[in-house]
Design a protein around this ligand. Sequence first.
Ligand SMILES: Nc1nc2c(ncn2[C@@H]2O[C@H](COP(=O)(O)OP(=O)(O)OP(=O)(O)O)[C@@H](O)[C@H]2O)c(=O)[nH]1
Ligand SMILES: [Mg+2]
Length: 198
Amino acid sequence: MMWSTISPTNSNKLLIGSTRSVDYRITLEGGAEPPWLQGPLKAAFLGASGVGKTSILQQFFYHDFPRTHQTTTKRKVYKSCLVCDTCIRELMVVDVPPQKRFPEDNFAEWNNGHPLGLRTVHAYVLVFDMGNLETFRYCRSMRDQILDSFSHRDFSLIVVGNKFDTITETQANSQELKDISTLVRKHWRCGYVECSAQ
Ligand SMILES: Nc1nc2c(ncn2[C@@H]2O[C@H](COP(=O)(O)OP(=O)(O)OP(=O)(O)O)[C@@H](O)[C@H]2O)c(=O)[nH]1
Ligand SMILES: [Mg+2]
């Protein structure tokens, strides 16, 4: 299955002008989806606090850019629809408060009192701040925890470098950023996108 269009609304506004490496198609390998993944296509945004998860979603879904950082305190679901192969499917993207750990199993997810539905999505979008590469550590750790916690691989991972507008040309061409992009695309074999929510 392939998500051929990521949004019917303003994906261009979000990506054009700031994106260098665009591969935002999400591909699921294998055959039919397991029963819990039928229906809407679901994605979850994860990343260290302040990297711009909420800003990306607000810009993408509402053409709005929150200028001040207000930590997300409650799970919020953004809804739209997209063209997926030849049909239109509902899209649900979940934004959650910063998570220290990925729930290691369904019991852990349900047992914390506020189930966030993180274990039943098609795609994980791992966001870091391009101006603060320390925040990539969080993505690396989340990826490890996600992969360790599932015995199946019926989901995709995409890494997003946000705040492209805050870095200089020298930083943009730095070896560290090249290393991140190579690690994600070649070794992790995941999509890698650089963008600015602003
Ligand atoms: N310059 C610039 N600032 C950004 C960008 N994206 C987000 N910001 C700013 O970064 C700050 C944090 O953004 P949020 O979207 O709240 O970050 P978050 O990842 O949702 O943070 P938590 O909810 O705490 O996890 C805000 O002040 C945004 O205005 C961007 O692309 N460029
Ligand atoms: Mg937030």
